[in-house]
Design a protein around this ligand. Sequence first.
Ligand SMILES: NC(=O)c1ccc[n+]([C@@H]2O[C@H](COP(=O)([O-])OP(=O)(O)OC[C@H]3O[C@@H](n4cnc5c(N)ncnc54)[C@H](OP(=O)(O)O)[C@@H]3O)[C@@H](O)[C@H]2O)c1
Length: 325
Amino acid sequence: MALESMTGTVALTGVTGFIGSVLARRLSAEGWRVRALVRPASSKARKDSLAAEWIDGTLEDSESLCRLIAGVDIVIHCAGLVQASSKADFIRVNVGGVARLAQVAAKQKPLPRFLLISSLAAREPDISPYASSKRQGEMALASGAAGMGWTILRPPAVYGLGNRALDSLFGWMGRGVALILGPPNMRFSLLHVEDLADAVLRCLKGGVFAGQTFELHDGHPNGYTWGEVANTVAQVRERRVLHARVPVPVLDLLAKANTLLSRVFRYAPMLTPGKVRELQHPNWVCDNDEFYRATGWVPQLSLEEGLRRTLGLGPAIAGSALAQG
Ligand SMILES: NC(=O)c1ccc[n+]([C@@H]2O[C@H](COP(=O)([O-])OP(=O)(O)OC[C@H]3O[C@@H](n4cnc5c(N)ncnc54)[C@H](OP(=O)(O)O)[C@@H]3O)[C@@H](O)[C@H]2O)c1
């Protein structure tokens, strides 16, 4: 089948999450039949909001993964833990989940293609339990693929309505206070969630499944500092934004307290010592070149435009190619 015009059935995990919900909507709009894995206990499952075939199950349950994958053309594995109560939870979901899904997929006839949403964090696996689990998840796919075509995308921080941590930082900036959480020289790439969905669709259309790992970002070379992001918020809101640097010892203290509290009150903490180490890393800048050469994908949303949408200010450019996030 000519992949240029290909649609078919895609098995999607993580559909109740920030990125997966946008992927599901975009895949559906492009004519793909979406078969989605949903945990019965998910607090966010709204099965009536998307035309999809729903499979009740979890990444820990091979039987539901078999039902998810049977007969599909593509598997897009987007489910994962971005915050967890323990290293063991990160490993169970971000490594065990990939390994189990790859194992089930690699037994199908014909073989589906497999796209894994990893993370730029996987580039620095020693920095945190999350980063380590994402790298190990990549390795689990590469070693379990057994002849199946696969590709791995490593997005940097992805923003757009629905990323709770970034929404809250941008929300504070929108109200006039930018909390600067990293060192002044720290640079990081960003990507709007609609552009990430666009990149995934490009992979599917271009048939890029030769076992490669791609970084991708919003097209702004050399990334941003927190100060530059805050200045862009000030520009789109047309108001002053105060820069308030949070000293590392304060962040460390908050992270340790949060970790303790999470054990008492049994929640998955976002700010942890591992997250503080990620925030202090000076270089989270990535490179689009290889992905552009492989697929021709060009991101559409500048930080200014992406922030306008995220802050609910509406698009600045009339007739933008992408749907509103
Ligand atoms: N957000 C970012 O900035 C970013 C950047 C780079 C890479 N990523 C990667 O992108 C992926 C999605 O991130 P996100 O921000 O969309 O996360 P999210 O909003 O927390 O969504 C996570 C999704 O995974 C599902 N899930 C978690 N554990 C599961 C399990 N054991 N079985 C089945 N489903 C499970 C969740 O289902 P429930 O509704 O049941 O909890 C939810 O649908 C992750 O792999 C993450 O590492 C994210």
